[in-house]
Ligand binder design. Structure first.
Ligand code: ZN
Length: 323
C-alpha cells in the first residue's frame, strides 16, 4: 500500500457481489458458483503474473485484465492501456451508466506487488503459484492488492452479464507502481489522462472483510493512511558545538520566535508599537547557513519585532503571541 492520491481519498475495501464475503451462501471450496469461478480464475491469473515492483512486468497484468474487460463486454473504446514505461502500464475500463449528470465512481486497485523471492517462502509454496490450502490463498499479492483487482474485474463481468446500467459511470482503474510511490500509476494517469479518472468518489484498498468459522465477523473501513516525511539533517560530531543557522548581531537583534512553516503558509509580524505585516512564506527568500537573515519589515526608530505567527486559512494568527 502507499500514497499519491491517498490523503484526499477515502480508502475502503469494498467487497462487491462476486466472491462476496457477505453473500447468502459463503464460499465453499470446490463448489464455486459461476460468478465466483470467474473471480477465482482472474485472481489465479493475476497472482501468477510476476508483477514485482522492481523486477516484474505490470504491463502483462494490465494487458491480461484489458482482455478480461473486453471479454466481459466492455467496448474497446472504453478500455485504456498505457503508461510511462513499457513494463509499467495501467489499465482503465469504463462501464457506462445512465446519463444522470453524476460524476463517475472510481474503483482503484494496483497490479504491482512487493518483490517476492522463492527462497524466502516455505519450500512447498511459490509466491507466483496460486495455492489454496486450509481455507487460505497463498501467493504474492493475494491480499495486497490482487484480490481487490480481481473482485473489481469479476464484477465488470457480472454487471455486464446482468445488463445492469448504473446511474453513473463506473471506472475501474488498475494501476502500476503503487508499491513504489504511484508515479507511473495514479500520478501518471492524473497528469496524462485526467479525463479517464475524473470521478466523484474513489474506493481504494485499505479495509477488508473477515470471516470466522465461515461467518462474516467484521468489515473494516480505512479512512486515511500514514504518509512519508523525509528530513535531511546535517551530522555533527559528538561534543561538537552544533550548527549555527543565524548570526545574531546588534543589527538584527535577538531571536524573537522560531516557527516551522510551509510554502503555502502566510506569516504575520507584530512589532512592540503595534505595526503589523502579513506576507506569504513563498515570498521569503531561503537563506544559506549562518547569515543575518532576510529583511521583512522596516521598523520605525525605537520599535522592535515582538511576535511572529503563522496565519491559518481562516486568517487567524497561530501562536502570534508566543515567544
Ligand atoms: Zn496495496
Amino acid at each position: 500500500m502507499s500514497r499519491a492520491l491517498r490523503p484526499a481519498l477515502p480508502a475502503v475495501l469494498l467487497v462487491l457481489g462476486a466472491g462476496s464475503l457477505f453473500a447468502q451462501s459463503v464460499y465453499t471450496p470446490g463448489q464455486l458458483k459461476p460468478h465466483q469461478q470467474v473471480a477465482h480464475d482472474i485472481y489465479k491469473e493475476l497472482i501468477e503474473i510476476k508483477s514485482g515492483v522492481t523486477t516484474g512486468n505490470v504491463t502483462t497484468a494490465a494487458m491480461a485484465m484489458a482482455k478480461r474487460f473486453k471479454d466481459a463486454g466492455i467496448p474497446e473504446a472504453d478500455i485504456f492501456v498505457g503508461g510511462a514505461r513499457p513494463e509499467k502500464f495501467n489499465v482503465v475500463a469504463r462501464i457506462r451508466g445512465r446519463n444522470s449528470g453524476r460524476k463517475p465512481l472510481i474503483l482503484l486497485a494496483h497490479l504491482d506487488v512487493v518483490e517476492a523471492i522463492k527462497s524466502d517462502w516455505s519450500d512447498d509454496l511459490d509466491p507466483f503459484v496460486f495455492t489454496e490450502r486450509d481455507g487460505y490463498y497463498y501467493g504474492r499479492g493475494t491480499a495486497d492488492d490482487k484480490a481487490m483487482a480481481s473482485i473489481f474485474v469479476a464484477n465488470a463481468f457480472r454487471l455486464k452479464q446482468e445488463g445492469y446500467v448504473p446511474d453513473r459511470d463506473i471506472i475501474i482503474a488498475l494501476t502500476t507502481d503503487e508499491e513504489s510511490g504511484a508515479f507511473n500509476g495514479v500520478a501518471w494517469l492524473l497528469e496524462n489522462h485526467p479525463e479517464l479518472v475524473d470521478g466523484d468518489l474513489v474506493i481504494n484498498e485499505g479495509g477488508g472483510g473477515t470471516l470466522r468459522n465461515g461467518k462474516p465477523l467484521f468489515n473494516s473501513v480505512q479512512a486515511t493512511e500514514k504518509i512519508t516525511t523525509n528530513l535531511t539533517l546535517r551530522v555533527t560530531n559528538r561534543g561538537g558545538k552544533g550548527v549555527i543557522n543565524l548570526k545574531v548581531t546588534a543589527k538584527n537583534g535577538p531571536v524573537v520566535n522560531v516557527r516551522r512553516v510551509a510554502d503555502e503558509d502566510e506569516i504575520m509580524l507584530v512589532t512592540a508599537k503595534g505595526q503589523m505585516i502579513r506576507l506569504p512564506v513563498k515570498d521569503v527568500r531561503i537563506i544559506g547557513r549562518a547569515t543575518q537573515g532576510v529583511r521583512l519589515i522596516d521598523l520605525h526608530k525605537g520599535d522592535k519585532v515582538a511576535a511572529l505567527g503563522r496565519v491559518d486559512e481562516n486568517g487567524n494568527g497561530n501562536g502570534a503571541g508566543e515567544k
